[in-house]
Design a protein around this ligand. Structure first.
Ligand SMILES: Cc1cc2nc3c(=O)[nH]c(=O)nc-3n(C[C@H](O)[C@H](O)[C@H](O)COP(=O)(O)O)c2cc1C
Length: 185
């Protein structure tokens, strides 16, 4: 085993898929790229997200307490990186990246028409936002887009390189303690 710096843990653990986060403040929609997220609980469903204080999205999320987590397919890879390399402070990213903002059901932040899925979320706990930029979100609605031809998602290695979904290994018959989670999307 070769030792590496503990600060590199995210390079090994940063889970996918890379996602886009939309917000809308004062009627202005915005979108950012996010890799630092994790599912935390099944019921009620909870998702932890790190959205840095330097991001326009952070201010919009704090002000509105809601957002949409959109899952892009691999066909959007270049846009995903570019969206995470500019700020809504300076640009209308929906126009710049030709994204289709669609009305959400439960929140003011828009869905992204080009994404595979859109998860509408509300903040349930921001007690660690000041310390770690960590927001605990509860999904309140999900919309799936089954029309996209590209179904593979992107998984960030933390350095601008990405893995693309590969072969599915089906081990459901061994999930003897967790049969309740074997439900189709
Ligand atoms: C691949 C990738 C992953 C990123 N992951 C995160 C993240 O998890 N959290 C975060 O705060 N910023 C992350 N960023 C940076 C934001 O997307 C970036 O600061 C963006 O410009 C913020 O946009 P905004 O100012 O319009 O909110 C990531 C950027 C890229 C390219």
């Amino acid at each position: 085993m070769e030792p590496i710096d503990p600060s590199k843990a995210y390079r090994l653990l940063e889970s996918g898929p890379i996602v886009l986060v939309t917000t809308a403040q004062d009627g202005k929609p915005n979108v950012m790229t996010m890799g630092f997220h994790m599912v935390m609980r099944h019921s009620p469903p909870l998702i932890g997200c790190v959205i840095g204080a330097w991001d326009h999205s952070h201010k919009a999320l704090v002000a509105t307490r809601e957002c949409v987590i959109a899952i892009p397919g691999a066909d959007l890879a270049r846009k995903v990186v570019d969206i995470g390399n500019c700020s809504g402070d300076d640009a209308d990213k929906f126009a710049r990246f030709r994204l289709t903002a669609q009305p959400a059901r439960e929140v003011a932040a828009p869905l992204i028409g080009e994404c595979l899925a859109n998860i509408e979320c509300r903040i349930v706990d921001d007690s660690l936002a000041g310390k770690y930029d960590l927001f605990i979100l509860e999904p309140v609605a999900i919309s799936l887009n089954r029309t996209r031809r590209e179904r593979r998602t992107l998984h960030h290695n933390g350095d601008g390189t990405f893995c693309v979904d590969g072969r599915v290994i089906d081990l459901r018959e061994r999930m003897i303690l967790w049969k309740q989670f074997q439900v189709a999307l």
